[in-house]
Design a protein around this ligand. Structure first.
Ligand code: GDP
Ligand code: CA
Length: 315
């Protein structure tokens, strides 16, 4: 059995590689829910949905989020009504949020609903939210942007989608995390896995919330030699999103060395891109074994080969 810690797109990409090289039923994905939000009264779990849509093969390949062959009738109508349309929800995607919200309203827990949604889409990977409890990533802006004053704390999607993450941040916190518990199965899976794979997801706002759930970091430290991470930073930059800027804004280095230093306590091996091969020794000086491989998953083939490298490194 394998565990993979995942955010959205980077997580989904590596998971789609892992299921090419191991039985999907042997993979447990522990997914960030710090990006979750309530909008139009609906519970939206963007990272879980990205992972499930990708593994089901129904994802939109160009955006990385949402469903391919989507229509936008509801958003168009909502726009005419003057409703909130800044966070785009396609017609098919909305069915997911309706289902989730209704089941949670009936008293089902998020991990149960996630299992139901994954099964309904034929996904064999066990997809678990990091927690059933509400954990919400919030960021304090270091400068004013979009009518929001510097020093104001905003919700994750306000920063990420509303402000298009084009603003500097002075701090990040995970509201509710101290009172949260890992979802049932998360700690057992980490404890029993032959390898724990850390997908190339945003270290601050995708992996950060998972690590902050009480008990998770300790469970990972205990498995350090079997923990293999893939760097989301390639040649000093993120492939998409604000990972590079957030690292720097929060006092880290936006390089594979910075990633190694940040995770050295619980990551035994870091897979770095060929373009960072010259930094192998500097990574190892952080006490983290470095493996060099092509990590830009531009095709399913690259994702599959990268997954094989990751598994080799863990064994
Ligand atoms: P989000 O939740 O959709 O924003 O995505 P994640 O947190 O999973 O991932 C964002 C990070 O994944 C960015 O830092 C990207 O650089 C990284 N990433 C995405 N695709 C790839 C890839 O193919 N290879 C590597 N090495 N990193 C990737
Ligand atoms: Ca995300």
């Amino acid at each position: 059995m394998l565990v993979a810690l995942a955010g959205g797109v980077g997580g989904a990409r590596l998971l789609s590689g892992l299921v090419q090289v191991v039985d999907p039923a042997e993979v447990t994905a522990v997914v960030n829910t710090g990006d979750d939000m309530t909008l139009h009264g609906l519970h939206i779990s963007p990272d879980i949905d990205t992972v499930v849509y990708t593994l089901a093969g129904v994802h939109n390949r160009s955006t990385g989020w949402g469903v391919a062959t989507e229509s936008w009738n509801v958003m168009d109508e909502l726009e005419r009504l003057g409703g909130e349309t800044w966070f785009r929800l396609g017609d098919r995607d909305l069915a997911t949020h309706l289902y989730r919200t209704q089941r949670l309203g009936e008293g089902a827990r998020l991990h149960e609903v996630t299992t139901e949604l994954a099964r309904a889409r034929g996904v064999e990977v066990r997809v678990l939210p990091m927690s059933d409890d509400a954990v919400r990533t919030r960021l304090v802006l270091a400068e004013s942007a979009g009518g929001v004053a510097a020093g104001t704390e905003v919700a994750f999607q306000h920063y990420f989608v509303g402000l298009r993450h084009a603003v500097t941040v002075s701090s990040v916190r995970f509201d509710g995390v101290a009172e949260a518990s890992p979802a049932p199965g998360v700690l057992d899976a980490i404890g029993e896995a032959e390898a724990v794979v850390v997908c190339p997801s945003n270290p601050v706002v995708s992996i950060g919330p998972i690590l902050a759930v009480p008990g998770v970091r300790k469970a990972l430290v205990a498995r350090r030699e079997q923990v293999v991470a893939v760097s989301p930073i390639v040649a000093g930059a993120a492939l998409k999103g604000p990972a590079d800027r957030l690292l720097v804004e929060l006092g880290h280095e936006s390089t594979v060395v910075g990633v190694a230093r940040l995770h050295a306590e619980w990551v035994g091996t870091l897979v770095i891109d060929e373009r960072d091969a010259h930094l192998k020794d500097a990574v190892e000086a952080q006490g983290v074994r470095a493996v060099v491989a092509p990590t830009i998953m531009s095709s399913p083939q690259v994702a599959g080969s990268l997954a094989a490298v990751v598994l080799d490194a863990a064994r």
